[in-house]
Design a binder for this molecule. Structure first.
Ligand code: NAD
Ligand code: TYD
Length: 349
């Protein structure tokens, strides 16, 4: 029996990781610590919540006493840390909350692990991070590898870079068994519709404008969320302690090409004539400091742990569009309340 603390398990990626671990490892007990911010949603875990090896704990990773208490009360053996503020646009509006959660929250978890773990045998602090810490690529032949120097360009990526540094500092200074993975852009079911793909599917559904920042030439490397969860599983169990792994789909798309693919897929599934929703594509002011291109080289993960993405992008997009069209109620519930104000401030009515 192992007691595993997963933070941010009610969020997009976290819910897929919780589901995978609960289903695949009945011998583990999964404690999901989540503050249920606007991005956290227990509805994402309806199929898991009755399982005997799952416990939800509502709490803030910055709460020193609460986190220490969780480590001792539940004899935590390992942490998979996903809780974070995760949206670049919000980090431009409110950088302080990103420093608080992403930097101080991570540091608080590291401290609690260090204090609780006298015997480090079979312990692990797994920190889930992003490729955005490496900055922005301008040369088309370049990819992010694990040794690419950090060069974060947004408040979000700066806060994630800082948290990565603290994790490595705790490994080096205190001998804490750690592993870090840096992943590219995820897509799939349960992603909060402030991020490009679910936002645009929802807007197509409602005939609302699709706000493409700048010229639409920025490039992102997309990975299906369940493939990320499988990579986390592989690294958690077989990754070298103290090491870093890049995770990505070798799947680069220019934003405007991706948007056209989304439009075509959604129109087909909605029974609209081909090209019907193209008119919704609207070029708007660029994001401040918009990173041009992210592209991950995940060959180390493939070579050392045998992981590779399972889905072709077209299949992943089709599954994803279908999921959002079939789960209108989920979308409506998460887009009411606080998010409605955010949307108005970002994009108008
Ligand atoms: P998300 O915003 O969907 O979910 C974040 C979760 O963390 C939510 O459930 C939220 O309630 C919780 N949370 C926020 N602040 C908290 C706090 N103070 N205490 C406890 N819980 C808190 O994020 P996501 O997209 O699922 O990303 C998860 C992790 O993966 C993040 O660390 C992110 O940096 C990283 N990541 C994301 C992507 C991506 O494309 N989404 C890519 C690479 C890495
Ligand atoms: P996003 O999903 O926010 O992820 P990230 O910024 O972490 O890569 O955005 C993906 C890309 O889409 C990014 O280049 C910004 C762009 N984008 C738009 O053009 N319009 C939008 O409304 C949003 C949210 C993003």
């Amino acid at each position: 029996m192992k007691n595993i603390l997963i933070t941010g398990g009610a969020g997009f990626i976290g819910s897929h990781v919780v589901r995978l671990f609960c289903n695949r490892y009945p011998e583990y007990h999964i404690f999901n610590l989540d503050a249920l911010t606007y991005a956290g949603n227990l509805e994402n875990l309806r199929d898991v919540e009755q399982k005997p090896n799952y416990t939800f704990i509502k709490g803030d990773i910055c709460d020193v006493e609460a986190v220490q208490e969780i480590f001792t009360r539940h004899a935590i053996d390992a942490v998979v840390h996903l809780a974070a503020e995760s949206h670049v646009d919000r980090s431009i509006r409110d950088p302080l909350s990103f420093a608080r959660t992403n930097v101080m929250g991570t540091l608080n978890l590291l401290q609690a692990a260090r204090v609780a773990w006298n015997d480090l045998t079979d312990k692990l602090f797994y920190h889930v991070s992003t490729d955005e810490v490496y900055g922005s690529l301008h040369n088309p032949d370049e990819f992010f590898v694990e040794t690419t120097p950090y060069d974060p360009q947004s408040p979000y990526s700066a806060s994630k870079a800082s948290s990565d540094h603290f994790v490595r500092a705790f490994a080096n200074t205190f001998g804490l068994p750690t592993v870090v993975s840096n992943c590219s852009n995820n897509y799939g079911p349960n992603q909060f519709p402030e991020k490009l793909i679910p936002l645009f599917i929802n807007n197509i559904r409602h005939g609302k404008p699709l706000p493409v920042y700048g010229s639409g030439d920025n490039v992102r490397d997309w990975i299906y969320v369940e493939d990320h969860a499988r990579a986390i599983d592989a690294i958690f169990h077989r990754g070298r302690r103290g090491d870093t792994y890049n995770i990505g789909g070798f799947n680069e798309w220019r934003n405007i090409d991706l948007v056209r693919t989304l439009v075509a897929t959604a129109d087909r599934l909605l029974g609209n004539p081909a090209g019907h929703s193209e008119r919704l594509i609207t070029f708007v002011a660029d994001r401040a400091g918009h990173d041009l291109r992210y592209a991950i080289d995940s060959s180390k993960l493939h070579r050392e742990l045998g992981w590779q993405p399972s889905l072709q992008f077209e299949e992943g997009v089709e599954r994803t569009v279908r999921w959002y069209l079939d789960n209108q109620q989920w979308l409506e519930r998460v887009t009411s309340g606080e998010y409605a104000n955010y949307y108005r401030q970002m994009y108008g009515d």
